[in-house]
Design a protein around this ligand. Structure first.
Ligand code: NAD
Length: 297
């Protein structure tokens, strides 16, 4: 059994850490917020800082919102770097900048430790069910050591390449998800405005070439008008920002990713930052002056 540290016990981190504890590992935890009670009841040890977590653990996982939070958790005062000794492994499972990730990995490497970027897909449902997809970047040897922990949290686990490649893969995932939500939104809006029942259209298309998980799950939310997260628009905006900034640095054009970001921006302007990302359809509806399922317009 390993001694594992876990920093960031929010929507995703808390259930993920719970699976590690249930798998029999010693678990040392830290968050800026109070630690969820059920984790402590299951035997997780609360620490006063990331440094303290790191002094106790051999493998330290971070699961915090964005790039600056990872930087603070790793290299800020009382952070992970202050407690590291050669041979330990840092695993960042947050979704953050691939470019900054390479720099973080280098800094951790200079301390004699290895770094894995291992962002996830599958949301809160996948975190709770231990069925996350985990996209990993980093050295093979570190991957092999951490793989038994990944197996407790996820199902589809891939070593994509070197440091940064896990985060790049996650950005690619978020591009596909955003563009597919946009396509499903346009299609159901078109069908609804033409007078067809959007629920029936979705049902019919699920049997054909246009079927997808997004048509199934997000299409259903659009038809049923349920836009509670799920995955918040503000988090998807963060991810598309990484895509667009990366594309600029690489000299690549991502025209439809840019369009999706503009649609999210429009949702945010209408108070929708915390809507589920399927709420992107509302921006399309405003342009069409028609709401899916409505008889008017
Ligand atoms: P969250 O806001 O629920 O939890 C983040 C936690 O990190 C909070 O408890 C916060 O207090 C803590 N934190 C922030 N800075 C810290 C620091 N310096 N030291 C210690 N703790 C700190 O966020 P979440 O939904 O769990 O998402 C975490 C990451 O997972 C994000 O990068 C997100 O994009 C990614 N993700 C989320 C989902 C989802 O459906 N929510 C799905 C896939 C990936």
């Amino acid at each position: 059994m390993a001694k594992v540290g876990f920093i960031g016990l929010g929507i995703m981190g808390a259930p993920m850490a719970g699976h590690l504890r249930a798998g029999g590992h010693e678990l040392y935890v830290y968050d800026l917020n109070p630690i969820p009670k059920d984790l402590l009841e299951k035997g997780a040890v609360a620490c006063a800082s990331g440094k303290q977590v790191t002094e106790q653990a051999e493998i330290i996982v971070t699961m915090v919102p964005d790039t600056p939070h990872v930087e603070a958790a790793l290299f800020g005062k009382g952070g992970v770097a202050e407690g590291l000794k050669p041979g330990k492994i840092v695993v960042d499972m947050s979704s953050i900048s691939p470019i900054e990730t390479k720099k973080f990995a280098e800094r951790i490497g200079q301390l004699g430790c290895q770094y894995l970027d291992a962002p996830v897909s599958g949301g809160e449902v996948g975190a709770k069910a231990a069925s996350l997809t985990i996209m990993v970047g980093g050295p093979e040897e570190a991957f092999a050591r951490v793989k038994p922990l990944f197996d407790l949290m996820g199902k589809n686990i891939t070593l994509v390449g070197g440091n940064g490649d896990g985060q790049t893969c996650k950005v690619a995932n978020q591009i596909i998800v955003a563009l597919t939500i946009e396509a499903v939104g346009e299609a159901l809006l078109f069908a609804s405005k033409a007078g067809a029942d959007p629920g029936k259209v979705r049902q019919a298309l699920m049997g054909g070439f246009a079927a997808s998980r997004i048509l199934e799950v997000h299409g259903d939310r659009m038809v049923k008008r349920t836009f509670e997260p799920g995955f918040r628009i503000e988090l998807h905006q963060k991810d598309l920002n990484l895509a667009l900034q990366g594309a600029k640095a690489l000299g690549v054009s991502l025209p439809n990713t840019a369009t999706c970001q503009e649609l999210f921006n429009s949702c945010a302007a209408h108070g929708g930052s915390k809507w589920d990302h399927s709420g992107m359809v509302r921006a399309l509806e405003m342009m069409a002056n028609h709401e899916i399922g409505s008889k008017k317009g």
